[in-house]
Design a protein around this ligand. Structure first.
Ligand code: NAD
Ligand code: MG
Length: 381
């Protein structure tokens, strides 16, 4: 029996993680569940999975949580510090599935207690990758990638032949606007942006997929997770999302991982690691696939991908600022305060105005991130 703590259990990744756990009741028990505001779903999950500790980030929801779980012996808490304390609880596996930089502090706490850290929450890696990796090293935690592309690479990455890897190829669906022109994209609504053709995901990552910022973040994520320089990371649009990514070796062999567009597969892969378990999710049926298509990124309409390569060249500050400004701008777009193409403008503006800094500690990162967010907010008001 392995204990799994889930940070962000009510989200898309959190729910799929519980689906995998439910399919293997003899192998896993849930230690901790945390969420920010969806208290009703959190209560349902707690009743079903009987964790030791349940934490709601939003203190206003604490009374509802308490009454919903009255009579159980589950320990309850509320607030951001309580989410961090929950992340510090000992577990065999922590699923880091909070969205955005809000997940950074809990992630660091989870790393300090060790074990396997299944990492879906890509933003902390983008903004503070070196710090996260150094902490994992120091505390003996094993970081394993849940993001489907990085999980695919993880599965076909021959560690002993790392020197013979010519490049890794991240596939991208191209998102819901892949075939749209600029005039259409200018008028895109939040509903259209979150309507992803292949994947069902949280709102923020869905908007990121529409702008291709998701792939931009993933280039930086891959750089840290696989210790690959930017010039060995390629992006290829593959609209069917069935090849989840590939590694090309010097002998010309390309190893790809395929599967249905269902996050249960990468989650099952990581929860089961180093063994293979049965997924409760969808399977790929080759008889239903007529073709696999590939095309280049349209960099003119989707400049985010090149922005990530530039940011990687410029260093951590640029990566952090790009992510922070994007988080603020995406949230403003979802609140209908700015148009879709303004997301890019906000990021460029904040990037241009950034000042030099040295980001050697968690506190450095958090304060620099706050400055970038404040700048982005000031552009939106
Ligand atoms: P989501 O919005 O569906 O869920 C986010 C979870 O985080 C929720 O449980 C929410 O309560 C919690 N949360 C949000 N803000 C919080 C805060 N301030 N403090 C504490 N908890 C907070 O998001 P998602 O789609 O599940 O994505 C989660 C992460 O995984 C993101 O970083 C995303 O990029 C990454 N990811 C998601 C997918 C996917 O298919 N959904 C795929 C790959 C990577
Ligand atoms: Mg991905």
């Amino acid at each position: 029996m392995r204990t799994v703590n889930i940070l962000g259990s009510t989200g898309s990744i959190g729910q799929s993680t519980l689906k995998v756990i439910e399919a293997h009741p003899d192998q896993f028990q849930v230690g901790v569940l945390t969420a920010f505001s969806n208290v009703d779903r959190l209560i349902e999950q707690a009743i079903k999975f009987q964790p030791n500790l349940v934490v709601i980030g939003d203190p206003d929801k604490y009374e509802t949580l308490k009454s919903g779980l009255a009579g159980t012996d589950i320990t309850l808490a509320a607030g951001c510090d309580a989410v961090c304390d929950a992340a510090a609880q000992k577990s065999d596996i922590t699923m880091a599935a909070i969205v955005g930089m809000a997940g950074l502090k809990p992630l660091m706490k989870a790393i300090e207690q060790g074990g396997v850290i299944a990492i879906a929450n890509k933003e902390p890696l983008v903004s503070a990758g070196a710090l996260v990796l150094a902490a994992a090293d120091k505390h003996g935690a094993t970081l394993l990638p849940v993001d489907s592309e990085h999980n695919a690479i993880f599965q076909v990455f021959e560690k002993d032949n790392a020197k013979s890897i010519d490049r890794i190829i991240l596939t991208a669906s191209g998102g819901p606007f892949r075939e749209w022109n600029r005039r259409q994209i200018e008028k895109a609504t939040p509903e259209q942006a979150v309507n992803h053709p292949n994947w069902s995901m949280g709102a923020k990552i869905s908007v990121d997929s529409a702008s291709m910022m998701n792939k931009a973040l993933e280039v930086i994520e891959a750089h840290y997770l696989f210790d690959m320089p930017a010039d060995k990371i390629d992006v290829l649009v593959h609209p069917q999302s069935l090849i989840h990514s590939m590694v090309e070796y010097s002998d010309g062999s390309i190893l790809a991982q395929m599967g249905a567009s269902d996050m249960c597969t990468p989650i099952t892969n990581i929860l089961g690691w180093p063994e293979r378990m049965r997924t409760p999710g969808d399977r790929l049926n080759f008889k239903q696939i007529n073709r696999l298509d590939f095309e280049d990124v349209n960099h003119e309409l989707f400049p985010a991908v090149n922005m990530a390569y530039d940011a990687l060249k410029e260093g951590q500050e640029a990566c952090l600022v790009m992510n922070a400004a994007n988080e603020v701008a995406v949230s403003a777009f979802l609140d209908r305060k700015i148009a879709f193409l303004d997301i890019h403008k906000v990021i460029i503006d904040v990037l241009e105005k950034r000042e030099a800094a040295s980001l050697n500690s968690l506190n450095d990162v958090i304060s620099y991130d706050k400055v970038a967010r404040d700048r982005a907010e000031s552009l939106i008001l």
